[in-house]
Design a protein around this ligand. Sequence first.
Ligand SMILES: Cc1cc2nc3c(=O)[nH]c(=O)nc-3n(C[C@H](O)[C@H](O)[C@H](O)COP(=O)(O)OP(=O)(O)OC[C@H]3O[C@@H](n4cnc5c(N)ncnc54)[C@H](O)[C@@H]3O)c2cc1C
Length: 422
Amino acid sequence: MASSSKKVCVVGAGVSGLVSARELRREGHEVTVMEQSSGVGGQWLYDARTDSGDPLGVAGVPSSIYASLRLNTPRESMGFSDYPFVYPSIDDDDGDARRYPGHAEFLRYIRGFCDAFGLMDAVRLNTKVLHVGLLAPPGHDDDGGVTRWTVRCSSRRGDCEGEVVTTEETFDAVVVAVGQFTHPRLPTINGMDKWSRRQLHSHSYRTPDSFQDQVVVVVGCQSSGIDCLCEDGQVVFADGSSVIADAVVYCTGYDLSFPFLDTGGVVTVDDNRVGPLYEHTFPPALAPSLSFVGVPKRVVVPRFYETQARWVAQVLSGRRMLPSSEEMMAWAEEHHRAREMAGMPKRHAHEFFDDYNCCDEFGEKHCGFPRLEDWKKELRWASVTRQRGDGSETFRDVYHDSELVRQGLLAQGWPAGSQQHK
Ligand SMILES: Cc1cc2nc3c(=O)[nH]c(=O)nc-3n(C[C@H](O)[C@H](O)[C@H](O)COP(=O)(O)OP(=O)(O)OC[C@H]3O[C@@H](n4cnc5c(N)ncnc54)[C@H](O)[C@@H]3O)c2cc1C
């Protein structure tokens, strides 16, 4: 039983924010989820609009999902711990009964999760968080050293066309769950600013139609492959070769960004390293009233974010204790130092590199979270290795499950092998 109930604001209603709301409520807290979009789901709320007028996509549309996108993770490993991502029933005409379904199927799953746990009454849609700040500066708290937060939002009355109103409220705690894939990360390439032909970030890519019969240069993460973009449409590569192109598409990743968050410099983002964070979740000087859910990369999503959410909820209620702020800071510093010593760039600070045992250890250590079954780890890992290897084009439709995976699937009543459900 929670010893202390808090009034908590969750920013974002993607899987991280929704599972945070579920865990916080279970622990007895009063929760409000602020979501700028007109629906829940975060990235999975496909938006056919692109950031029109801003092809490099730093403006308004949160989702980076394109129309034909299918999951690259097997559905059997994508559920929350107590709400599996089951196959649709045979008479469900809207369902997508593939192991790697299209994005709409996962959005259906997320909506089902909200309904199953009655979360929608906690969510304020069309509500953008503009500013999160301390009610009083550190050391000037009016409530015996308790840190509290003001949250300023703009929202629309009624639907998307309604009048905009700005509100300000006070909360005991704020959980930041705004995802990682909204703010395009762009390379610096000579001539980019003068290139008169089309260029866009993958954030703004939706369908291939408008590229038909065009020469398109796709810039990957190693953008050093391009030397310059010339005004006449020529793309010159670092090895001296060149091509006349109609368009350049930047698949160069995303920047973590919390433009609404004002911690007076306590929390900073440096090349996608959010710091300092204890165990990727709590800034030591502001814990536990400020936390982040969803920053870790290459973890088992959404399950890992569920472990973070449960930990945050239990710490806020007093069920679990955090180490002292000095110990938490020492952890963050040592973590960064170890990564630097290993030669990793800062942007890998929150990478788990698909180490599923490490994900399990995190959950066990912080909130007694159940381990992911071995067959699900094997299923997931087989998928990762096939994507990286020669199955990169076919891994979604042709797979051969090991005996361990087959037994696990059959025990759940799920199809095994490469056979489709319907
Ligand atoms: C192209 C693409 C493909 C992917 N494929 C897979 C896959 O196959 N499998 C997989 O496991 N993962 C995949 N992912 C990762 C995916 O992002 C995660 O699965 C998951 O959606 C992350 O959820 P989240 O809640 O942390 O963030 P998000 O889904 O990004 O949700 C964040 C929410 O916060 C809201 N928000 C942000 N700022 C504010 C604000 N100021 N005020 C109010 N609301 C705000 C946003 O509108 C959004 O709804 C993919 C991502 C992309 C971009």
